[in-house]
Design a protein around this ligand. Structure first.
Ligand code: NAD
Length: 553
């Protein structure tokens, strides 16, 4: 089938299998779910989120993966190379049913130009993090991490709440769309600049964004009114961030916090100045090199305005999209004056093996997620912020595709949750099995010097052995599918990361696998941070019996 034929993909629901077992079925459903129009940003192009992050290389590959999963036996493993099924091998029951390698390039060749050449030749695909590894769950996936980040900003600078503050950001795409709700969940006001009107409409429709301003003056008036009343409000503003931010700075707008989630990691997905959003795709295709230069120039202007706000005392941070790196490439020398969000707010959580744990109900029934929400509250009664999140998520998150939930859990917690969920499937309390996975943006699964491993204590930012060990540990521990990707989040040449997804199908075998995977996977985060010299990680390792041969030197 050709790329331009529109197809509507949706995961099957219910307890009937179309594959030979629940592990294959889960992969089959999650592949389809990633391309559900409610979930994917551009499903007709197989693009799930994050610029051009795809679920399969092309439609023939998608069909072949689906067909192969349906015939795959319990002792077989499907190999996927950058979104294309390339082989089925006889393995064993404990082995993953699918092994995925996406977008990987030999380091000297790892740049966008070479990647695009290979992509155009049909030889590779950009897998982002959870797009090509089939565990994207819509904007909720990033919502809790974003909520936690803004909560950490509030704790650091604003007395524990964002009430009475205005946050300025840009990008309302698949991930960036979580920002307005994360700010209002922390009781703040957000102005979110977005150049594509359809993205603003989508966020309003999904209740992530409250209102759209008529223009910049209207946005500022709405924001100040809400701030003064200490009323949470999120405001979408149509425009190019590289134009709007300098204007707001020139107006001396009372902005307290500035960040950004445009698709800056991919210069062909960032709108240059003076270009209409409708012409963007054609312009990028026509002359990618010229487009890249123009996009980088605009990013430099954008980042310069962010530094301007920093100089005026605002809390400013990079939200993991590489915009500082791109601005530096365009010659803006102060690009790295503000920090990335991981060293600023998230690393202490990584030291505890905490990260974006998530699960989806293969039944398709929201009541299954409501039941797991109750189980989480019951399992971790002492964790107040977790309880607040689960309650707010239950009230405010509209499901996209298969009902799903995310919450950040650490070492010693994820396995408890996984085993409880498996018991709930076994007892019939849930209507069908659950898949349990996580973002690649996790404590021990990624090397990304502009984001997750920026400014490591021992300078080991670019060491990429850790995500490879992480993938091998998950393969060895019984995960249902495991992936190794390159370039997710921050772009080609800048990251290597791994993912795992495991199925709770209620069987005793699944319990054994889940216990191992959900202990060892976050365990990688603890040992990675002990190795880098973080005291908090050493305390956790000692308290929770993580075995580290050379701990202490
Ligand atoms: P996306 O491609 O779905 O959305 C990006 C949005 O930016 C689009 O809606 C686009 O119209 C808009 N945009 C592009 N140029 C613009 C400009 N000049 N002015 C205003 N708007 C502009 O991407 P996404 O999934 O939302 O991810 C956004 C970025 O955040 C990516 O770089 C991604 O890697 C990064 N990210 C960060 C985290 C994190 O936890 N911090 C997680 C995932 C992704």
């Amino acid at each position: 089938m050709s790329e331009d034929v529109r197809r509507v993909i949706r995961s099957p629901r219910g307890s009937e299998l179309s594959c030979q077992g629940w592990q294959q079925e889960a992969a089959f459903r999650m592949l389809h779910n990633n391309l559900d129009p409610e979930v994917a940003e551009h499903p007709d192009k197989l693009v799930v989120y994050g610029g051009t992050g795809k679920a399969a290389r092309d439609w023939p590959s998608f069909d072949a993966i689906a067909r192969t999963l349906q015939g795959l036996k319990q002792d077989e493993t499907l190999l996927v190379q950058s979104g294309r099924p390339v082989g089925v091998m006889r393995t064993h029951e404990w082995a993953p049913r699918v092994l995925i390698a996406n977008s990987n390039l030999v380091p000297d060749w790892a740049n966008w130009e070479e990647f695009r050449r290979l992509e155009a030749a049909g030889l590779t695909m950009y897998g982002q993090m959870t797009a090509g590894s089939w565990i994207y769950i819509g904007t909720q996936g990033i919502l809790q991490g974003t909520y936690e980040t803004f909560a950490a900003v509030a704790a650091k600078r604003f007395g524990g709440t964002l009430a009475g503050t205005i946050t300025l950001t840009a990008g309302l795409g698949g991930m960036g769309g979580a920002q307005p709700m994360a700010v209002t969940m922390n009781d703040g006001v957000a102005i979110c600049v977005e150049c594509d009107p359809s993205r603003i409409a989508r966020r309003i429709e999904h209740r992530y964004l409250d209102v759209q301003a008529r223009d910049l003056d209207d946005a500022l008036r709405l924001a100040v009114e809400a701030r003064d009343a200490r009323r949470p409000l999120s405001i979408g503003l149509l425009g190019n961030a590289a134009e709007v931010l300098p204007r707001l700075l020139a107006m001396d707008a009372p902005i307290d916090i500035v960040t950004d989630q445009t698709s800056a990691h991919d210069p062909l997905a960032y709108l240059p100045l003076g270009m209409d959003v409708d012409d963007m795709r054609a312009e990028a295709d026509k002359d990618p090199a010229a487009f890249t230069l123009r996009a980088r120039e605009a990013m430099a202007t954008h980042v310069e305005a962010m530094v301007g706000f920093l100089d005026r005392g605002a809390e400013v941070f990079d939200y993991g999209n590489s915009i500082r790196g791109e601005a530096l490439l365009a010659g803006y020398a102060r690009a790295f004056d503000f920090p990335g969000f991981v060293p600023a707010y998230i690393r202490p959580l990584f030291c505890e093996g905490k990260g974006p744990f998530r699960w989806a109900a293969l039944s398709g029934d929201p009541r299954d997620i409501a039941a797991t929400d109750r189980a989480i509250l019951d399992l971790f009664p002492e964790n107040e912020s977790l309880a607040r999140w689960i309650k707010l998520a239950g009230e405010r998150v509209a499901f996209q595709g298969l009902p799903a939930r995310i919450c950040w859990l650490g070492y010693g917690e994820r396995d408890k949750a996984g085993l409880r969920f498996n018991d709930m499937v076994a007892s019939g309390e849930l209507r069908a099995p659950l898949v349990i996975g996580r973002d690649h943006l996790d404590c021990g699964s990624v090397a990304s010097p502009y984001r997750e491993t920026e400014a490591m204590l021992d300078g080991s930012d670019a060491i990429a052995d850790w995500p490879l060990l992480n993938a091998m540990v998950n393969v060895s521990s019984g995960a249902s599918w495991v992936s190794i990707h390159h370039g997710g989040g921050v772009g080609i040449g800048r990251s290597i990361h791994a993912g795992q997804v495991s199925v709770a199908d209620g069987t005793a075998l699944a319990a054994q696998k889940l216990e191992r995977v959900l202990t060892n996977d976050p365990g990688m985060g603890v040992i990675r941070h002990v190795d880098a010299g973080y005291d908090r990680a050493s305390e956790i390792a000692a308290e929770r019996d993580v075995v580290i041969p050379m701990a202490g030197g």
